[in-house]
Design a protein around this ligand. Structure first.
Ligand SMILES: Cc1cc2nc3c(=O)[nH]c(=O)nc-3n(C[C@H](O)[C@H](O)[C@H](O)COP(=O)(O)O)c2cc1C
Length: 215
């Protein structure tokens, strides 16, 4: 038997913190679909480098172009303003061992902060766009802004699409599965799965990948 969750907010859903469902759809915790975690890096208007820990995204294209689709970037973030101004951004993939350092860039998020210093990251310049990249990342993706759309039209978040111009991959990660898909590889977010029977809230999980078979 399947449990059906409707568009209208289910009254028995409990939130993990007061404003949770003021910001997020209940379908987020109903579906709780895992997403890859990475850092978006941009320049602030004052010339300081900015880091934004990010999850909701997907990556695809055709033979003519490849896109990073950041499905849900909050409009109030510095990153959103920086991307609108600079028309470009970089994505940096770091292993789970960097989780706390990435969270520190959220805790110290003032306009005046150098968020690379806060996260103890080494700044490098992107090769094809005007953005900083994190040297410690095992993969950096450089994007030019393709499009921005406020999908819900409510002024809270936007889908930001970048056209990929360049990818740099650390040599150790350039072959095989072990590095990219183990504890040193992609870090994943498991968004707090709601208990659909009782409505109880849950904590988010931070995960790594385990390849079960090859095809
Ligand atoms: C695990 C995790 C995932 C996050 N994913 C997103 C996301 O997908 N979109 C978003 O707008 N904010 C996300 N955030 C919140 C941003 O990292 C946070 O608002 C950050 O301070 C924005 O930085 P900025 O203002 O320097 O751009 C996430 C935070 C955490 C801890």
């Amino acid at each position: 038997m399947k449990i059906d969750i409707e568009k209208e907010f289910p009254k028995y859903f409990k939130s993990s913190y007061p404003e949770e469902f003021e910001i997020f759809s209940h379908f987020e915790t109903t579906s709780a679909i895992p997403q890859v975690l990475f850092a978006i890096t941009t320049w602030k208007e004052n010339g300081k480098p900015n880091v934004c820990f990010h999850s909701w995204s997907c990556f695809h294209g055709d033979k003519t172009a490849f896109f990073a689709v950041m499905g849900c970037l909050h409009q109030k973030t510095h990153t959103f303003s920086n991307i609108k101004r600079e028309k470009c951004f970089a994505l940096n993939f770091l292993p789970i061992s960097y989780y706390n350092r990435l969270v520190n860039t959220i805790k110290h998020n003032n306009y005046e902060e150098d968020e690379f210093k806060v996260g103890e990251f080494t700044v490098e310049k992107a090769k094809t766009i005007n953005a900083p990249v994190i040297k410690e990342a095992f993969m950096n993706i450089e994007c030019n802004l393709k499009d921005i759309q406020d999908l819900s039209g409510s002024g809270i978040t936007s889908m930001v699409i970048g056209q990929v111009e360049h990818i740099s991959v650390e040599e150790e990660y350039a072959q095989g599965y072990e590095k990219r898909y183990g504890k040193d590889g992609f870090m994943m977010l498991v968004p707090a799965p709601q208990n659909l029977k009782t409505g109880d809230s849950a904590q988010s999980g931070i995960a790594t990948l385990n390849i079960e078979m090859l095809d």
